[in-house]
Ligand binder design. Sequence first.
Ligand SMILES: [Zn+2]
Length: 199
Amino acid sequence: MDSSNKEHNAGYIQIPQIFYCYATQKPFEECLVCKKKLLESDTPYVIEKAIKKYPTYTAKDVVSEYAICLACNAEMQNSLSEYSKELINTYFNQRVDLMSRRHKMLKEHGPDIDAWLTNCLIYQTPVTDISEYQIYAYCEGSYLVFSAMPFMISGRAIEEIAEQLSPETKEVLDDFIDEHFGLPPELKELLKNRKLIHL
Ligand SMILES: [Zn+2]
């Protein structure tokens, strides 16, 4: 679909600010892994952000954030163990029907991005009651596409998944953090302990 059609399709919006790169305050420009340019053409990719809120004041801290093209995402998923892939799929399938959710959300809220991110996908907990969470969006070029994503998932659900992952998968995820996040070791450890999961 070309850009002019997307403007008139309820399932697409220009990437909203909440999914901008925190550092630049602009849309992500390239894939974290292969550095492919994302905003040109209709390149499909996923944006993932982990956020921590501090209860005593209103500041929010973006713990990690990246955009990854679907090709690199698929490669990453393939490197997870069969056991872990199955576990992640089962966890979601037993708790949420992403396609019915999409239908319901579009019908009730249209492209209101806040509505899509207001409650934990798994537990329905409101974001105002959650101190740590992750948000995900599926995008094509400079557009966010309302599909199985966007969604918000609470730290509680993330921990449940992370706790069950195989040691091999944890290693793959840790290597991913080591390789792609230019962070000092103490921050990497923090990120690993925060149990970043990769969907
Ligand atoms: Zn890539």
